[in-house]
Design a protein. Structure first.
Length: 193
């Protein structure tokens, strides 16, 4: 009996002394997570409306197939279903009649499209970052590359900003205006918060 009590006492004493460092370790992890969550936005070199822009709107772009357009810190562009993610906080910078640039406030990157239809990001605004914003009859909007298009005989085939069902960007050459993957709802940022 005495041995059983001694073993139980030794086990309890050992578990308490072993648990204290573990508990401190868990506290450190939770403090690091809190500090990471409280990190402020990255400040871009844009203190006012950039020259040449007639207006700037804080928005999120929601595709009809259920994804928000997200620009990540590593430069990747994909979809997310998280409506509270900072990666979906974008700006539409007007550069002309129905011409806009899509700028990520979080990463300070512009959304661009190559002539091959590949969607990517750039640090500086160029011709490849300009998109033609069109209001469609169904209430949605489309964004087509203003600089790149394919000319067929008498018509132009535009390269649209498009997202697949799995949340990955679709090549602009494989898109059409009325496809579900190109239809976007522009949501003002105050509506999300």
């Amino acid at each position: 009996m005495f041995q059983a009590i001694f073993v139980l006492f030794a086990f309890c004493l050992l578990s308490i002394t072993q648990a204290l460092p573990l508990q401190k370790g868990f506290e450190g992890i939770s403090l690091r997570r809190e500090r990471r969550a409280l990190r402020p936005f990255q400040v871009c070199n844009q203190t006012a409306i950039p020259s040449g822009h007639t207006s700037v709107s804080d928005v999120s772009l929601w595709y009809k197939n259920g994804w928000f357009l997200a620009v990540y810190k590593d430069g990747n562009i994909n979809g997310t279903s998280d409506a509270r993610s900072r990666d979906i906080e974008l700006q539409l910078q007007s550069v002309g009649s129905s011409l806009v640039r899509i700028f990520s406030k979080q990463t300070c990157l512009y959304v661009a499209m190559q002539s091959s239809g590949k969607v990517y990001t750039m640090k500086e605004p160029t011709r490849e970052t300009v998109f033609r914003q069109t209001h469609e009859a169904n209430g949605f909007q489309t964004f087509a590359s203003h600089h790149h298009f394919h000319a067929n005989d008498k018509t132009r085939k535009y390269l649209f900003l498009s997202m697949r069902k799995n949340g990955h960007m679709k090549n602009g050459k494989k898109t059409t205006r009325h496809n579900k993957t190109t239809l976007i709802s522009v949501i003002e940022s105050r509506e999300i918060s």
